[in-house]
Design a protein around this ligand. Structure first.
Ligand SMILES: Cc1ncc(COP(=O)(O)O)c(C=O)c1O
Length: 395
């Protein structure tokens, strides 16, 4: 049996007729960029997530870059974020000539550790230069949104939530209200990269904000900083969203709740199978879920207790099972960020996760039989490799 990490073709098969007719409608209209489909999609996403406004842009990386411009991040400002995220979160800070200030992650959720964020805000010698915070709701699960809201108000920080991986993840706040990730900070940024839970047929992204001033800025910055054509208030960028992507995303958006439920069901099947098999007990941690938050399982990431990831990955691959590593090298250790002075050992939890995490197949159309096969092969692997015998990694 072959079980891919992710398979877009199954989704396309189910939506082919609808998508082709939307593509035809857009092409026939002659309106190809930032027109009615984009406007309608923006309204639908703002309504889905409970955000004041949504602004379509070319991709999630631009969304972060523009969001930082909107809050006037300038050369020499510090921006707190996690070293355990996709590159774009941090490159957006550096491209704005600001300085990323990392704190480590929580070993269970793999989201940024908010205790350490507060510690930094209280003790960093240059704390007056800390202007913003970018939490990343990693793999589909939110950080503690109550705490995030409190950090934002207590320290007067601007917050940009990177929700590239967590569209639809929620948190029940102190008052019992359901809050969507991306709506607690000043701005939220989304990616519709094809592999995301809501993915385009190419690149696309979005910015959320309930502050009309910030939203207006982003709307103009994405078109070279002009509110009125050919008159420029800012030196903005070209980050426009295509009509054809918006039209396709609108179709997919109508299926998103159903797909999210399927991902949650699939994660539940993994949990059940893993906890039923005693060979697997204590060999790896699988994603923790909480009653007050909705994990949308963008990725299903396990963390091994021992250094035997390469052997497991190879074994699964030989058995037709796709896996991936998010992320093999934390950002404070990347060559291009060496000038920031990061050293091995600075963020031990992130560094250990980078060595031991492995993403297993996860997408809505994954079948129970396929998940059963993955669990069965994992069982075989761990039976063949008893605990504490890591000789396979040294070969
Ligand atoms: C956490 C995170 N931030 C930002 C991005 C950037 O999005 P895009 O690839 O659309 O530029 C991604 C996408 O992979 C991501 O996972």
């Amino acid at each position: 049996m072959r079980v891919p990490l992710f398979d877009l073709t199954r989704q396309y098969e189910a939506l082919r007729t609808e998508i082709m007719s939307a593509v035809d409608r857009v092409f026939s209209s002659g309106q190809l960029i930032l027109s009615e489909e984009v406007a309608a999609f923006e309204t639908e996403i703002a309504a889905r997530l409970g955000a004041g406004e949504a602004i379509g842009v070319a991709n999630g990386s631009d969304a972060l870059y523009i969001a930082l411009k909107a809050i006037h991040i300038r050369e020499g400002d510090y921006v707190i974020t996690t070293p355990y995220t996709f590159f774009a979160t941090v490159s957006a800070i550096v491209r704005n000539r600001a300085i990323p200030l990392f704190t480590d992650i929580d070993p269970i959720t793999m989201n940024i550790d908010l205790d350490q964020v507060e510690h930094l805000l209280q003790t960093h010698p240059q704390r007056h230069r800390i202007k913003a915070f970018i939490p990343v709701h990693l793999f589909g699960q939110t950080c503690d949104l109550d705490r995030l809201a409190s950090i934002r108000s207590v320290y007067g920080l601007r917050v940009i939530e990177d929700i590239a991986q967590s569209i639809g993840s929620t948190w029940i706040d102190k008052a019992g209200r359901v809050r969507h990730s991306g709506t607690v900070g000043d701005l939220g940024t989304l990616s519709f990269f094809p592999t995301k839970n809501l993915g385009a047929f190419g690149d696309a992204g979005m910015i959320l904000s309930s502050d009309p001033e910030l939203a207006t800025f982003c709307r103009s910055f994405r078109v070279h900083g002009s509110k009125e054509r050919y008159f420029h208030d800012e030196i903005g960028v070209n980050s426009r969203l295509d009509e054809v992507q918006a039209a396709i995303l609108r179709i997919k958006n109508r299926r998103l709740d159903e797909w999210t439920e399927k991902r949650i069901t699939n994660a539940g099947i993994y949990h059940r199978l893993f906890s039923d098999q005693k060979e697997l007990s204590g060999r790896f941690a699988y994603p923790r879920t909480y009653r007050d938050r909705r994990h949308i399982f963008h990725q299903y990431v396990i963390v091994l207790q021992e250094d035997r990831r390469e052997a497991l990955k190879t074994f699964l691959n030989q058995n037709g099972i796709g896996t991936s590593i998010y992320y093999p090298l934390p950002l404070h250790l990347q060559k291009c960020f060496a000038f920031l002075g990061g050293r091995p050992g600075d963020f031990p939890v992130s560094e250990l996760a980078a060595k031991r995490s492995l993403a297993l197949p996860m997408f809505p159309e994954l079948t129970e039989e396929e998940i059963g096969y993955v669990a069965d092969r994992m069982n075989t692997f761990f039976r063949q490799h008893p605990a504490n015998d890591t000789s396979d990694e040294k070969e």
